[in-house]
Design a protein around this ligand. Structure first.
Ligand SMILES: [Zn+2]
Length: 280
C-alpha cells in the first residue's frame, strides 16, 4: 500500500515536472509588423494585434493561456483594452479562449458560416462576402475566402499599413500543414487565388515568417504543381507509397517544413484526388 502511495506521488511529481517543463518552453512575444500592427506569437501560432485610437483589435485568440498572456502584456503596446475580437475561422487551434476578451467586453466578429458559438463565445456580428470596419482611425477589410480549408475562413487586411493576416490557407515559403487534413484542396487553391485578388503589401501569416504579397501566388503554384505531379502519377498507375518517394518537389527544398511535411503533402493530395474521383 505504502509502495503504491509512493509510486503515485512519484507519478504526480513527474506530471508536475512535465507540465512545468512545457510551460517554460511556450514561446510568446509581441513584435511589430508595421505601424500600429503587431503579431503575437504563441509557439507555432500567431495572432494579429492592431492598436487603434479606440482600442485594440485582435484577430484570433489561439487559446485561453495565450489570450490571458496577451491581455496581461498588452500594456507594452497600448493603454487601451481589446475592444474587438475577429475570428479568422473556427478551427480551435486558432479559435479557443476568446472568452478572455469577450467576457471583458470585446465585440466578436466572424464569418456567417462560423458556428453559433466558438469555444463558448457567441458571435456578435457576422458577414457573408466582405465587411469593412472603421475602428479608431484604422480600416479592417474582412474577406471570406470561400470553402476549402474550412468553410468560414477569412482574411483581414489592415490599412493604412496594408498588412494581410492570413491563416492556414498559405504561409510565405512554407509547405502546407502535414496531409492538409480532409480539406477540399481544389477549394483551398481557390482560396489562395482569392487572396491574390486582395490589395496588400505585407503578408503576415498565422504560421511561419512574414512575407510579401507575391508569396501567396508562390504558395498557390506549389499546390498546383503538387496536384499536377501526384495526379499524373496516380493516372500512370503508381501507388501512393511510390509517389511519396518519387514526388520530391525539389525546387521547394529551401521552404520551411520541406523535410517534415513533403511526404505528408503528397499523401494528402493523393487522398484528395482519389476521394474526389479525379484519379481515374
Ligand atoms: Zn484551420
Amino acid at each position: 500500500m505504502l509502495n503504491l502511495i509512493i509510486r503515485g506521488a512519484a507519478l504526480t511529481l513527474m506530471c508536475l515536472v512535465a507540465t512545468t517543463g512545457f510551460a517554460q518552453e511556450t514561446k510568446r512575444s509581441i513584435t511589430k509588423v508595421a505601424g500600429d500592427v503587431y503579431r503575437f506569437q504563441n509557439n507555432f501560432h500567431f495572432s494579429l494585434v492592431t492598436v487603434t485610437d479606440a482600442g485594440v483589435v485582435v484577430v484570433d485568440p489561439i487559446n485561453k493561456e495565450a489570450s490571458t498572456w496577451l491581455k496581461d502584456n498588452l500594456s507594452s503596446i497600448s493603454d487601451k483594452p481589446v475592444t474587438h475580437l475577429i475570428y479568422s475561422h473556427s478551427h480551435l487551434d486558432h479559435a479557443s479562449g476568446g472568452a478572455v476578451y469577450a467576457d471583458a467586453g470585446a465585440r466578436v466578429i466572424a464569418h456567417g458560416n462560423a458556428p453559433e458559438a466558438i469555444d463558448g463565445v457567441a458571435i456578435d456580428e457576422r458577414f457573408d462576402d466582405t465587411r469593412n470596419m472603421q475602428i479608431g482611425g484604422k480600416t479592417f477589410e474582412l474577406t471570406w475566402l470561400g470553402e476549402g480549408h474550412g468553410k468560414d475562413l477569412i482574411t483581414v487586411v489592415v490599412r493604412p499599413e496594408n498588412v494581410a493576416f492570413i491563416t492556414d490557407a498559405a504561409s510565405p515559403k512554407r509547405l502546407p500543414f502535414r496531409n492538409m487534413g480532409r480539406s477540399n484542396i481544389d477549394g483551398w487553391i481557390n482560396q489562395i487565388k482569392k487572396i491574390e485578388t486582395l490589395d496588400f503589401d505585407i503578408f503576415a501569416p498565422a504560421h511561419g515568417r512574414i512575407g510579401v504579397k507575391s508569396d501567396a501566388a508562390d504558395a498557390r503554384i506549389y499546390m498546383e504543381k503538387l496536384r499536377e505531379r501526384v495526379l499524373a502519377g496516380l493516372k500512370a498507375g503508381k501507388s501512393v507509397d511510390e509517389l511519396a518517394t518519387s514526388v520530391q518537389m525539389e525546387e521547394y527544398k529551401d521552404w520551411q517544413q520541406y523535410g517534415g511535411w513533403r511526404e505528408l503533402n503528397v499523401r494528402g493530395m493523393a487522398r484528395f484526388l482519389k476521394d474526389s474521383g479525379q484519379a481515374g
